[in-house]
Design a protein around this ligand. Sequence first.
Ligand code: GDP
Ligand code: MN
Length: 377
Amino acid sequence: MVKLPEWRGKDVFRKYGLPTPKGQVVKSADEVEGAIRSGAVPLPCVVKAQVLAGGRGKGGAVRFANTVEEARAATTAILGLEFKGERVREVLLEEKLSIGRELYLALALDRTARQPILMTSSSGGVEIESVADDAIDRQPIHPFPGLVAYQRRRAARSLRLDGDLAKQLDRLLGSLWKAWEGEDAELVEINPLGVVGDRLVALDAKVIVEDDAAFRHPEYAEVRDDRTPLEEIAREEEIAFVQLDGTIGVIANGAGLTMATLDVLKELGGDPGVFLDLGGTDDPKKVAQAFLLMAKAKPRAVFLNIFGGVTRCDTVAKGLIEAREAIPEGERFPLVARIRGNREKEGVELLRGAGVTSVPDLRASAEAVIAAAGARR
Ligand code: GDP
Ligand code: MN
């Protein structure tokens, strides 16, 4: 998930012609005066913490300032905050607009409907979770035509906008759809969309870029912060690798078997942490890379649970043997293997040669790895 901070979200909005307030992002209080004197930030202004969590308004992370001194003080105060566990490193300064009504507008991916949906509500400005269900209008959008005319009209009605404001909304929805498509978004949320005199203005911006499309957006590479350093390496090496708390590492193939292995370990009182899905690898080098990565995560023991199909048991065994030699002394881990299926005999033979016994029974092998990790409940 690539979740953009508000100021980047607003840059995206501007790129697609969505109306936003004038503003500038700063990293220190010393930049405040320049931002205001240069005219980039008109006074009075709003001072907003750039954190990914919502509810900043209520939580003291959005403040107002009438003078340079006030803006400076507010910036200093906000930069010192830890908001919902996140240190504030950037602050967005923006012109303060006088808002008539606060509306809610979002395009979101509805995974159940397998379509984007347009959500609108005239009760904007508060977190959408706290808005009554019947106060939100939801329209499924077919991805080919996008937001069509009757849907845009219905959105205007649900937001109680007419006349020129309805026309503005119509244009705005066109831009919103372009942003949705162009950024490969899974969420584009404007909350609040402010009615400012005779204009509509996006006062907040939340843009989440679809993970599977992240490779098309190198411009957001530095925004990612939800991957551990090892997960980052794994991504570059195209290995499916997830690092959670827990003492047992799991190497399996296929999402189904990987998840089932975690379940079995949990069921038997083990504490699975890192897991790695070899998928349909047919390259011992790739398998070796995966083992080296696993070693870096320093699990107390590793469970290798492979069902050979496309992935052959002997390929995995070869990769494992190759990796064992490359793993530094201090990073070696006890290993319990269970390899079955395509080329099982050859794989088991190879493993035996390297001093690893394959335990064919699932329960027995899971219990062995739990014992090796010393993590019995
Ligand atoms: P969130 O609480 O983290 O979603 O942060 P928002 O960006 O939505 O800001 C919270 C609230 O601050 C908004 O709902 C508005 O009421 C208020 N706010 C933000 N910008 C302005 C502004 O330019 N003028 C005024 N009067 N209020 C603003
Ligand atoms: Mn908001």
